[in-house]
Design a binder for this molecule. Sequence first.
Ligand code: AMP
Ligand code: MG
Length: 342
Amino acid sequence: MTRTNLHIWTAYVTIILLAGSCTFQPPGYYIALSGSTQGTSYHITYESNDSINYQSEIDTLLRQFDLSLSTYEPASIISRINRDEKNVELSDLFINCYTASRQVFEESGGAFDITVAPVVNAWGFGFTEKSDPDSTMIDSLLQFVGMDKIKLENGKIIKDHPGVMLDVNAIAQGYAVDVVSEYLESKGITNYLVEIGGEVRTTGINPRGQIWRVGIDKPIDGIQIPGMQMEAIIRLKNRSLATSGNYRRFYMKDGVKYSHTIDPVTGYPVSHNLLSATVLADECMIADGFATAFMVLGLEKSEEILKNKKNLDAYLIFTDENGQYDVFYTPGLRKFLLKATD
Ligand code: AMP
Ligand code: MG
């Protein structure tokens, strides 16, 4: 059988819908949808027994999602909390995302922290104008950062100080993937792939009758087109995958690279030899949260966490002492890993 690859371009990963030679299994009828949400694109493919196209329902779901969690939507619940409106009524979407965020905060030793918003904004990666911060400004903003400064009580968010703000962009795409996936499952769909901005969840098989495949990009600074140079391909079986990296969203100033991943302890963009972190978990929001946490923690501390968290797998790309790419991956990933050329 000849090889046919159909690539969909997304952030950090490439979804490979038709790939490789295989024991051919007659495919069912698959529907492919694409659109935009959260400032990025989505691609959804699912097997349909009844030919129903769920695009408008999914777009409505994603719109509801933004009205809860988008910091770019002034009327959203999160924006109202950030403006310090009182007694904001929370949605289930907000509460689930907040609860998962606190879980990843605790399990990552505070590396993942959604209260990092004021510093993310100051560095120019958030929802306000960039302010070229100096160390005095970072120190004063850090007084508003920390999950101990906010709590969820009796269905309401209570902040210690009006300056405390939330940014769930490191977990929201993954959560949106879960929400859409669960919607498809509620319709009895058992073979699907949902991808939003490079965060992916799959169940069952692809149109070729195979386990779904996702390509991980080489982390080359400034390369904006996913799939140009793939590092590896991961077979994703009934699982989610999310990738964080510092090679797409960063800027250079006076020869210094400022990445969009901020260490909530120092208030500064991280700088180390971990170039990209791909995490696999059952839920995409957990994968997404940990991918960001690992980019904060760097290689060694991420490996430590992975030793103790058997529900996570990861594929970490870093530079070695000679400046060459090297990879670390968890043992559980071995049998799902294909070289980019396979
Ligand atoms: P991701 O691409 O999933 O790693 O998310 C990156 C985004 O998360 C950034 O653009 C910020 O909005 C936000 N962010 C940056 N640093 C952190 C952090 N330490 N914890 C939580 N969110 C962060
Ligand atoms: Mg993330």
